[in-house]
Design a binder for this molecule. Structure first.
Ligand SMILES: C[S@@+](CC[C@H](N)C(=O)[O-])C[C@H]1O[C@@H](n2cnc3c(N)ncnc32)[C@H](O)[C@@H]1O
Length: 355
C-alpha cells in the first residue's frame, strides 16, 4: 500500500507519518491533499510532523505554512486587535481572580485570555482549543511568555474535557469568548449548557455572565446601490436573493439607527441553560425618518461592572460585525410609530422577520 490515495484512505496521521518518515516532502504534500478534502485536523498533524522531520527544507516549510494558515480563520487577527474587547476581558478577569483561583478558558485561540487570568494571579488555568493548529501555537505562546507552569493548553473541544483528567478540580472561574456576530454561531449556548456545573463549581464566576442579541430600526444608505440589476447587458437581479443578510462593520458611516435598541434574545450564561429553541417578538419605536432594515448586534455583560457592546455608530470599531437585514420595501416612519419584529432561534442560529 503506497499510493497517496491508499495511504490517505487507510491510515491515521501518525501511521502515515511513520510510513513516510524518510519522505517529509511527500508527507507535506499529503497534508495539503487532506486539507483540500476538508480533513483539517489530520492535515495539521501531518504538516507539523513533516516540519519536525525537515525543519530546513524550504518547500516543506511553504506547504506547512499553507496548511496551517488555511486551517486557522483570519478573524483571529481582528479579535486580537480589538483593544476594547481585550480590555473588557482583562478588567473582568482582574476583578474575579483571587489567589488560588482555578480558571477554565473555553477556546484558547492565541492563549490571550488564559494569560490574562494567569497574570491576574490564577493558580492554574486550563485552556481548551479544538483547532489543532491553533492549540499548538497557543502552547508555544504561553511557553514563550513564561506562563507554562500555570497554564495548560488542552487540544480538545470543551465537551471532551473531564474533571479529574484535564482539570484537577471544577473551575472557580469560567472565561470564554466563543460568540459570533449573531452571538450564537460558535455554539456558546450548547457549550455553556455542557460546561457550567459539569466543569465548574456551583458558585463559579462566569465571564461573560450574560449575552444579548440587540436589534434596532435602521437606515443603510448604500442598500439601493448593492442591488444587482444589469451587468454587461444581462439582468442579474435574481442574485439579490442572496442579499437577505448583509454583514457590515459596526462603524459603517452610512448606517444610522432609527429607534432605540431592544433585546430580541437575552441569556444568562451562568445559569447553564437549558437554552431551548425560542421565539420572541419585539416592538421597535421609530425615532422618525426612513427605515430600510433591521440591524442586529451583540451585547455582553462581562460581570457586575463591565459591559461590551458593538452598537453600530459611524466610526465605531469592533472585531464583531453587525448584521443588517433589509425590509421588503423601505418605510417612512413617524416618531413614536412602532414596527414589530419577530425572531426565532435554535442553539446556533437566529432569524427574524417583520410581521
Ligand atoms: C473567538 S476565538 C477566541 C480566542 C481567545 N480566547 C481570545 O479571546 O482571544 C474562539 C476560539 O475558541 C475555539 N473554540 C470555540 N468553541 C470551542 C469549544 N467549545 N472548545 C474548544 N475550543 C473552542 C475556536 O477554535 C477559536 O480558536
Amino acid at each position: 500500500m503506497s499510493s497517496s490515495a491508499e495511504l490517505l484512505k487507510h491510515l491515521s496521521a501518525p501511521e502515515i507519518a511513520e510510513r513516510l518518515a524518510t519522505e517529509p516532502a511527500r508527507m507535506a504534500q499529503l497534508a495539503k491533499l487532506l486539507l483540500s478534502g476538508g480533513e483539517m485536523q489530520r492535515a495539521v498533524d501531518l504538516a507539523n510532523r513533516a516540519r519536525e522531520l525537515a525543519p530546513d527544507d524550504p518547500e516543506v516549510e511553504r506547504i506547512v505554512k499553507l496548511v496551517l494558515s488555511r486551517s486557522v480563520p483570519e478573524w483571529h487577527r481582528a479579535i486580537l486587535a480589538d483593544e476594547v474587547r481585550n480590555a473588557a476581558y482583562d478588567a473582568a478577569l482582574r476583578r474575579a481572580v483571587r489567589a488560588g483561583s482555578r480558571v477554565l478558558d473555553i477556546g484558547a485561540g492565541s492563549g490571550l485570555l488564559a494569560m490574562m487570568a494567569a497574570r491576574a494571579g490564577a493558580t492554574t488555568v486550563v485552556s481548551c482549543e479544538m483547532n489543532r493548529a491553533m492549540a499548538g501555537v497557543a502552547a508555544e505562546i504561553v511557553e514563550h511568555n513564561g506562563y507554562a507552569d500555570r497554564i495548560s493548553i488542552v487540544g480538545k473541544h470543551s465537551r471532551q474535557l473531564a474533571v479529574g483528567a484535564d482539570l484537577a478540580e471544577p473551575a472557580d472561574i469560567l472565561v470564554s469568548e466563543i460568540v459570533t456576530n449573531d452571538l450564537l454561531g460558535e455554539d456558546v449556548l450548547g457549550c455553556m449548557e455542557d460546561a457550567v456545573g459539569r466543569l465548574t463549581r456551583p458558585d463559579a464566576t462566569i465571564i461573560p455572565s450574560h449575552g444579548a442579541v440587540r436589534i434596532a430600526l435602521a437606515y443603510y444608505g448604500k442598500l439601493a446601490k448593492r442591488q444587482l440589476a444589469s451587468v454587461q447587458g444581462f439582468d442579474l437581479s435574481p442574485m439579490n436573493v442572496f442579499d437577505g443578510r448583509i454583514d457590515l462593520a459596526a462603524g459603517n458611516e452610512t448606517l444610522e439607527l432609527r429607534s432605540e435598541p431592544a433585546d430580541l434574545f437575552a441569556f444568562d450564561f451562568g445559569s447553564g441553560g437549558p437554552f431551548d429553541n425560542h421565539r420572541a417578538s419585539v416592538a421597535l419605536t421609530s425615532s422618525g425618518g426612513a427605515v430600510n432594515g433591521i440591524v442586529q448586534w451583540i451585547w455582553l455583560r462581562m460581570d457586575a461592572d463591565g459591559v461590551y457592546e458593538n452598537r453600530p455608530s459611524p466610526g465605531a470599531s469592533s472585531c464583531w460585525g453587525v448584521m443588517f437585514q433589509p425590509l421588503p420595501a423601505p418605510l417612512e416612519m413617524r416618531p413614536g410609530e412602532t414596527l414589530t419584529v419577530q425572531g426565532a432561534r435554535d442553539r446556533t442560529a437566529l432569524w427574524m422577520w417583520v410581521a
